[in-house]
Design a protein around this ligand. Structure first.
Ligand code: FAD
Length: 511
């Protein structure tokens, strides 16, 4: 319980992983912080799959803000060693398979697949975070650090006086809390958007996609129902990944945890439910699974262990992200789509930026504007990419070409950050890079307008200066393992030496 009439420098509203991390970072730098949660941990949360950049940001935040216990959560190996009680899943990369209704998926059909490794081995691999455990652990850490945390706390009133000081009232508690700054970490269309009555908009880059998801037990691995999916030369076991099934109606994710559960869900084009004349999430689910024989086989013995959640609209943005005395985390300001797991990285970039500003004082107006503009730029770039990928899903070769924009930008940004030169990779997806950013947007917009058009040469030209992952190498299959020689081959191009790259790889555990 927050003691009566206590005032704080910052109140963070929402204790998902992002709000809790920010609150801890500020607390460690001497700010007086309170963290307020409407619900109670452990609780179900969607958004589970991390990426190399998200993990690197977690590492950077842990180092910069003196949170050493969190650093061990940034790689699968150290997570298993130090936190085996927190469930997670092994994510070696991104697996994509394109399905045809009524037909079994065939492993030997190379035209229908794309496998992109994100790590060279399990030890330094990414994870799927089992959010009930992960978020609960972070909150316990926050409490151990001595930070004020209130759960089951519903804000009923929030007022700001002329000097900017906030007074917040919690349902059932008589004494208010005051603070100089509030951060909205309450997730999509959250607390401040409602408080300020901000219009919540869709995105011009992609339709209003729906989602339908749950956690399941007994969901079979693809490589268990058909041993052909263990064929020679694969960069990693295809299920130890964010497994994406592309279908006519949209796409499906499968994320396996090490506690026997799997997160699975659909992202669907609008009106799928209407077209098959159902308003029942279960009927929609059964219809979709039934249309695709390989999915039906994987789900044959599966049982949902959570409700089946149906979200009518996944993507959204709000126009205002920060103002005098307040800011939203990127996850409260907008969301695009789970494809390519961009949510964590976008959110953690926001956590890092806000923490850096808020450790000294409430942000100045220019700082708030810079934060808002950067967040909007990054959401826009992500929307353009996901819009283009969604448009090209029916034309899978084009889809595969476009993913190279993401993999080039992500691997270059990770390399530059690890080399201590983050300024050379400005913005998520290099969106603030004067060369890459505008070209990237232009290709994505053209692909949205004309998804059948071949952009492969243009894409190769744009990614060439940033290619640290052998993305231009001719290959006989659509599989991209991590090959360290590709990085060494790029040394001159990225202004580095072999020795410097070796040292970086040793530091991050890849050697
Ligand atoms: C279907 C779907 C799949 C996704 N998959 C991925 C993925 O695989 N990878 C990825 O990187 N991203 C993914 N995302 C995005 C990801 O979910 C978010 O980036 C992430 O959850 C943001 O975390 P958060 O801590 O900011 O917010 P949340 O996890 O949403 O937590 C918000 C917290 O605020 C609390 N709260 C809400 N309202 C109030 C209130 N009024 N007062 C107090 N507390 C409140 C809630 O109870 C909750 O605990 C996905 C998103 C969706 C919709």
């Amino acid at each position: 319980m927050i003691p009566a009439e206590t005032s704080y420098d910052v109140v963070v509203v929402g204790s998902g992983f992002a709000g809790t991390l920010l609150a801890m970072a500020l607390h460690q730098h001497g700010r007086k912080v309170a963290l307020i949660e409407r619900g109670r941990h452990p609780r179900f949360a969607i958004g589970e799959s991390s990426t190399p950049l998200a993990n690197l940001l977690l590492e950077e935040i842990a180092d910069e803000f003196n949170l050493p216990r969190l650093r061990t959560l940034s790689k699968y190996g150290s997570w298993q060693e130090h936190h085996s009680d927190i469930a997670c899943g092994l994510k070696r990369g991104f697996s994509f398979y394109k399905h045809t209704p009524g037909a079994r998926l065939r492993a030997d059909d190379l035209s229908n697949q794309l496998l992109f490794a994100a790590s060279p081995n399990d030890r330094i691999s990414d994870m799927h975070w089992y959010r009930p455990d992960f978020d609960h652990f972070l909150v316990r850490q926050a409490c151990e650090l001595g930070l004020r945390y209130e759960d089951e706390a519903e804000l009923t009133e929030a007022t700001q006086c002329n000097e900017g000081v906030w007074t917040l009232r919690i349902k059932g508690r008589t004494e208010p809390i005051t603070c100089a700054f509030v951060v909205d970490a309450t997730g999509p269309c959250g607390w401040l958007a409602k408080h300020f009555n901000l219009p919540v908009r869709g995105l011009p880059e992609l339709p209003a996609m729906e989602s339908l998801y749950a956690h399941f037990s007994g969901l079979e691995r693809l490589d268990a129902i058909d041993p052909q999916f263990t064929q020679c030369g694969l960069p990693y076991p295809v299920d130890d990944a964010a497994l994406h099934h592309i279908i006519d109606e949209g796409w499906m994710w499968m994320l396996r945890f090490n506690n026997g559960l799997t997160s699975a869900g659909f992202i669907l084009k609008p009106n799928v439910a209407e077209r098959i004349r159902t308003s029942s999430p279960q009927a929609l689910w059964d219809h979709l699974i039934g249309r695709y024989p390989t999915l039906a086989r994987q789900f044959q013995n599966a049982r949902a262990v959570t409700p089946l959640y149906h979200q009518q609209r996944v993507n959204f943005t709000v126009d205002q992200i920060a103002g005098p005395g307040w800011a939203m985390l990127p996850s409260a300001a907008g969301f695009i789509d789970p494809l390519l797991s961009t949510g964590f990285a976008l959110t953690l970039l926001g956590v890092q930026r806000l923490a850096r500003t808020l450790i000294s004082a409430p942000p100045t107006e220019p700082e708030r504007i810079a934060y808002q503009q950067q967040t909007q730029r990054e959401l826009k770039a992500t929307a353009a990419l996901i819009g283009a990928l969604t448009a090209t899903m029916p034309h899978f070769d084009r889809f595969r070409d476009l993913t190279l924009l993401y993999f080039a930008a992500a691997s270059y940004a990770e390399t530059m950050r690890r080399l201590g030169r983050p300024g050379l990779a400005p913005g998520f997806l290099l969106c603030s890079h004067p060369g890459f950013g505008p070209e990237f947007l232009s290709i994505c917009r053209s692909a949205i307008d004309d998804p059948k058009r071949d952009f492969s040469e243009r894409i190769q030209r744009i990614i060439a200066p940033f290619n640290v992952a052998g993305l231009d190498r001719p290959r006989s299959h659509p599989w991209y393992p991590v090959v360290l020689d590709d990085l060494f081959a790029s040394a001159d191009r990225i202004g580095s030496s072999r020795e410097e790259l070796m040292a970086m790889l040793r530091t991050c555990g890849a050697l």
